[in-house]
Design a protein around this ligand. Structure first.
Ligand SMILES: C[S@@+](CC[C@H](N)C(=O)[O-])C[C@H]1O[C@@H](n2cnc3c(N)ncnc32)[C@H](O)[C@@H]1O
Length: 197
C-alpha cells in the first residue's frame, strides 16, 4: 500500500479498490469470524475510516467498541460512521487501551509493524483479552509464492508484511490457539483464541 503512507480519508476507499482487489472479501471474513463469539467489549486496532469497526459492530450490535489509530484525520471520518465508539489517536506500538476485551480485531494495519513489533503486539493483545477472548487479524502477508504478490508494498519501510506461518508462531508464543482461516494470494485472515492461563 505504498504510494500513500499517511492515509487520506477522502481517497482511502479508492486506494483500497485499486490496491487490494479482495478488500471486501477480507472485511466480510473478518466480520464473520468476529460474529462467532459473544462479544460485549471490542478493541479495533488501526480503525482508519471505520470500515472494519462498522462491520464488526454490525455483527455484534450490543457491544461497545474502542478503536485506535495513529491518524486523527482517518479517525475523524470513523467518528461520523460510529458516533458511539470510543476512538483514540494512538500507535499500535504503544500501550493498548485497558481491557478486558472479549474481542480484538485488526484489518490491514498490523503489516505496518516489523516482525518483532508484531510479536510484541500479539503478546499485548493476549494481555488485554478476556479469558477465552478472540483475536481476528486480516492483513497483507508475504505469500509462499512470490508471484502471488498483488498488493503493492512500499519500499521505504512502511509496509512490513510477514508470512502467515511466522505470525502463527508469534501468536502461539503469545498464548493463542491460532489458525489461518483464509489465505488468498497475499491476503490472510487469522483467528487466535486465547488459551486459558
Ligand atoms: C489500510 S488502513 C485500515 C483501516 C481499516 N481497518 C480498514 O480495513 O479499512 C490502515 C490504518 O492503520 C493505521 N496505522 C498504520 N500504522 C499504524 C500504527 N503503527 N499505529 C496505529 N495506527 C496505524 C493507519 O493510520 C490507517 O488508518
Amino acid at each position: 500500500m505504498g504510494e500513500q503512507y499517511h492515509f487520506d480519508p477522502d481517497t482511502y476507499a479508492e486506494l483500497m479498490e485499486s490496491e487490494v482487489p479482495s478488500y471486501d472479501r477480507l472485511q466480510d471474513l473478518v466480520a464473520e469470524h468476529c460474529a462467532e463469539i459473544e462479544a460485549r467489549t471490542i478493541l479495533d486496532l488501526g480503525t482508519g475510516t471505520g470500515v472494519t469497526a462498522g462491520r464488526v459492530v454490525g455483527v455484534q450490535p450490543g457491544a461497545t467498541l474502542v478503536g485506535v489509530d495513529e491518524s486523527p484525520e482517518m479517525l475523524a471520518r470513523a467518528r461520523e460512521l460510529l458516533p458511539e465508539a470510543d476512538l483514540r489517536v494512538g500507535r499500535l506500538e504503544d500501550q493498548l487501551p485497558d481491557g478486558p476485551f472479549d474481542l480484538v480485531v485488526s484489518a490491514l494495519a498490523v503489516h505496518h509493524l516489523d516482525g518483532p513489533h508484531k510479536a510484541d503486539l500479539f503478546a499485548r493483545v493476549a494481555r488485554v483479552l478476556a479469558p477465552s477472548g478472540r483475536f481476528v487479524l486480516g492483513d497483507v502477508v508475504i505469500p509462499a509464492d512470490p508471484s502471488e504478490v498483488v498488493t503493492p508494498v512500499d519500499d521505504d519501510g512502511h509496509d512490513k508484511p510477514s508470512t502467515v506461518d511466522d505470525q502463527l508462531v508469534w501468536l502461539q508464543q503469545a498464548g493463542f490457539d491460532a489458525r489461518a482461516v483464509w489465505v488468498e494470494r497475499d491476503l490472510a485472515v487469522i483467528v487466535g483464541d486465547r488459551l486459558a492461563r
